[in-house]
Design a protein around this ligand. Sequence first.
Ligand SMILES: [Zn+2]
Length: 326
Amino acid sequence: MFAAFVAATLVPAFAAAAENPAGERGEAAYAERMALYRSVAALTDVPWTRLAAVDQFARSLQKKRSDGPIAFRFPPPLWAGPTNPDPEDTDPRTIALFGGLGRDGDGDGFADQRSPLDVLLVLAERLRDAGNDWPQAVAELYPSDKDRMILKAFEALYAAFGRLDLFDTAFVVDRRRPYSYTNTWGQPRGFGGRRFHEGADIFAPYGTPVRSATYGVVEVAGWNVYGGWRVGIRDLNNIYYYYAHLSGFAPGVRPGKIVRPGEVIGYVGSSGYGPPGTQGKFPPHLHFGMYKYDGRREWAFDPTPHLRRFERLEREKARPRERTGP
Ligand SMILES: [Zn+2]
């Protein structure tokens, strides 16, 4: 039990690496990336939102940030050609000879995946050929139904907001109401056998509005034997946020709905630990969980430091004059 706790507490570094780079450098990086997507979209008639979705999906699975504005890469044998003796080949003639995908998109004479236009042009042409089933264009890398679902969710997010900078956060309950939480990550839980507490409990009165921490797409909204009425939302870092024990959902909250940080998704309750409708087996609270998808599975990590960060950022935003005034 203790070993599992220690291993799990190491995970937040993974999620933190994917956080939004704040400030001007972040803004310039988004502008540069958007200009690349838009120029390739104009050349190929593929919506920039699909290029952005594939690229962000690749970025969200990286353990370490790659250099350059574009994270997506084809597997080297696919780019250079499966029988090419040099999988790092950048010569468009030999790549063509071995049936590789690699092309020179920026006119420098090389077909090099480190050149954003080279890799984006090849990606865009494959996306165009795949039509409505566009995730099929990257099925070699992202083969599962889940990957396909997430790629489409990312595209929907970009289409809904028309920009790349979708990493603002909000605290998960209305801060004008009373609430409290302490770090309960890893504590044992009795119901349903011996379980590890995969989240944080925020105690608040019945009916307190529960808010999405991030921009995201609702993936799940319904009953679960442990979580009761619960909502699952995925953000562009491929982090899945789990809000459980609700007394009810906000209107329109169902799978596929796009949400923004601070948007009310439901209300604090005490549902769960039984068949649909069970409530009152414990005091009302929001159970909040965070899970990182690594391309194969979702793994839980301690959300408590993230709750503290959401809370601090929101407090700072609420009184900008106090910080910057004379
Ligand atoms: Zn809990």
